[in-house]
Design a protein around this ligand. Structure first.
Ligand code: AGP
Length: 612
């Protein structure tokens, strides 16, 4: 989704903003632009396409000044074009605006502003903001006009505004879309994502909805929309800037796949103590989990890959903790009138902590009195701050659009929660408890071993790279694994259609498509239902489909049915989704690579979906 940057300080704004926008490229965008104040006038430069096009233009004709704003746009209203790219300005060039989110009432506002004589240059919802401020500024100082304009906006926004007559200051506000302040030495920045400014500062100030910020080089002054002063402490981000670099890998996705053992270690760190046979959480999360009774209803909400982690969580929590679980797409949950009350625990799973539908689901759950636990990767994100408790996955920044390490870290967090609740509710015997904790402690090593499948997968990928349709099938815990495997492939290789199914559903329809050579990926580690999966493989082979099987080491029964085979270490079914995720990610990666796809930034996709 769109990226926002604002800079005020001593350095040249142009270079600083370009670098920061570069670090937001991963979010997905189709055009970029910036505005810099040179003391007399606001100079604007915008280009469609990649950031390097904007950078080349700016190199030929630099914008001088030490205060400015920048933006990468992912089109919602109006096609990707120079006119529609941000920043947008008012009629007289007095101010410039960058915006993330959607102004839902832009049409009536625009009609009113047109009647008042304003001239529009774009088809965006954002441009109304510039003219609205201009209109109110006819009767009030600019900062008050900004505040007045915000009150007219419906929808979601993170905004950054540069005023010609307010040198040395930027203005910002947020409502439903992330905006963070970074405070450095003699400089301050706005960004929609902390990775934008990690190389300049790790001191951040998180903003809440309906807050307005005046940003000077010495730092922010925060007020509410009503004008009341807000005191907010700064926080220090633990992420290192190197975590947001490729570090020798060709793609962030590949780097992040290989970072999974460490990511899982980080999720387990300080929580799993195999020696003392305990799982413990920080005080707030522990208190939250202690309150969950054996009669509790659990509802998991999430989107995309995080939703698949939630589906695995359903199997875990129902089988081991014996708690009833519903899993919902956050986008459906919020519109179906879910039945929630004080005895419902909602678990919101999200890498970014900013996904608009998941955030709306969290707010709905809280309004209805449910208790909300977030499983989240980004510290200080909106969902992490709004939930009653948060279990951070600590997987480090995930830059590739396709989620990999965040997914296996989410599964690990769900394993911790499941086992802790199973123990608290007396659902697990001491011998099993000891064995399961030991296996959980071994997960990072098992994932390391699963990574060793990469050369085999590269070969398999070369063999199937020309196929244009894939099925992914699995059962029980690995039905969601099949969904996730298919999502990875279609996400990063848009030439291919891949579909995940519960293997038992195959003969209820999808099997009609199977013909000679159609690749079917069976996610089939050794489990109590392995025999059933073998029957499903037979059904595909009978129709001359080609079977790629992800099996457990030593499982010879299944191997003989495979046209191509990769093996992951043998483990309990409970842990198997973490292990099979690795070859499925690598398969998608190498197929996409063989097809020369834009792996880290697939077309039309954004890392963090902050609009509904
Ligand atoms: C995963 O590969 C996708 N990019 C996408 O489905 C993602 O998982 C989804 O948008 C949810 O994001 P979140 O975890 O940040 O909430």
């Amino acid at each position: 989704m769109c990226g926002i940057v604002g800079y005020v300080g001593r350095a040249e704004a142009m270079g600083t903003i370009l670098e920061a926008l570069g670090r937001l490229e991963y979010r997905g965008y189709d055009s970029a632009g910036m505005a810099v104040l040179n003391g007399r006038a606001i100079q604007v430069c915008k280009r469609t396409g990649k950031l390097k096009v904007l950078a080349e233009t700016l190199r030929a004709k630099p914008l001088a000044g030490t205060v400015g704003i920048g933006h990468t746009r992912w089109a919602t209203h109006g096609e990707p074009s120079e006119a529609n790219a941000h920043p947008h300005t008012d009629c007289r060039g007095e101010l410039s605006v960058v915006h993330n989110g959607i102004i839902e009432n832009y049409a009536p506002l625009k009609a009113r502003l047109l009647e008042q004589g304003h001239r529009f240059r774009s088809h965006t919802d954002t441009e109304v903001i510039a003219h609205l401020i201009e209109e109110y500024a006819k009767h009030a100082p600019l900062p008050s006009a900004f505040r007045r304009a915000l009150k007219d906006l419906q929808g979601s926004y993170a905004l950054c505004v540069l005023f010609r007559r307010e040198p040395g200051r930027l203005f910002g506000a947020r409502k439903g879309s992330p905006l963070i302040v970074g405070v450095g030495k003699g400089e301050a920045l706005f960004a929609s994502d902390v990775t934008a400014f990690l190389d300049r500062t790790r001191t951040v100030v998180y903003l809440n909805d309906d807050e307005v910020v005046e940003l000077a080089a010495k730092g922010p002054t925060i007020t509410t929309l009503a004008g009341k002063a807000v005191t907010r402490k700064s926080s220090t981000v633990s992420w290192d800037v190197s975590a947001a670099r490729k570090e020798g890998y060709d793609h962030f996705m590949l780097k992040e796949i290989h970072e999974q053992p460490q990511a899982i270690e980080q999720t387990l760190f300080n929580r799993l103590d195999v020696g003392r046979r305990r799982i413990a959480f920080d005080r707030r999360t522990q208190r939250f989990l202690d309150r969950i009774s054996a009669q509790e209803k659990i509802v998991i909400i999430a989107c995309g890959t995080a939703y698949h982690a939630g589906l695995v969580g359903e199997y875990m929590l129902e089988e081991f903790a014996r708690l009833p679980v519903d899993v919902d797409f956050a986008s459906e949950f919020r519109y179906r009138g879910p039945m929630l009350d004080r005895r419902t625990t909602v678990i919101a799973i999200t890498q970014s902590g900013e996904t608009a539908d998941t955030l709306a689901g969290v707010r709905l759950a809280k309004r209805k009195g449910a208790n909300v636990l977030a499983i989240c990767n980004v510290m200080g994100s909106s969902i992490a701050r709004e939930a009653d408790a948060v279990l951070y996955t600590h997987a480090g920044p995930e830059i590739a659009v396709a989620s990999t390490k965040a997914y296996t870290a989410q599964l690990t967090a769900l394993l911790l929660v499941t086992l802790a609740l199973a123990k608290a509710h007396g659902r697990v015997r001491p011998e099993a408890w000891k064995r399961l904790l030991a296996e959980l402690g071994r997960l990072p090593d098992l994932v390391r071993q699963a990574l060793a499948t990469e050369p085999a997968l590269e070969e398999i990928a070369a063999k199937y790279a020309r196929a244009r349709n894939f099925y992914y099938l699995g059962r029980r815990y690995n039905y969601p694994s099949a969904l996730e495997g298919a999502l990875k492939l279609k996400e990063i290789c848009p030439l291919i259609h891949a579909e995940g199914y519960a293997a038992g559903e195959m003969k209820h329809g999808p099997i009609s498509l199977i013909r000679q050579g159609w690749p079917v990926v069976f996610v089939a580690p050794r489990t109590p239902v392995s025999e059933k999966v073998i029957s499903n493989i037979e059904e595909v082979r009978a129709r001359r489909g080609t079977c790629l099987v992800v099996a457990s080491e030593g499982d010879d029964d299944i191997s003989r049915y495979a046209d191509s085979l990769v093996r992951v270490p043998r483990t309990d079914e409970l842990f198997s989704p973490v292990l099979v995720a690795v070859p499925l990610q690598l398969l998608a990666y190498h197929i996409a690579r063989a097809n020369e796809c834009d792996i880290d930034q697939p077309p039309n996709l954004a890392k963090s979906v902050t609009v509904e």
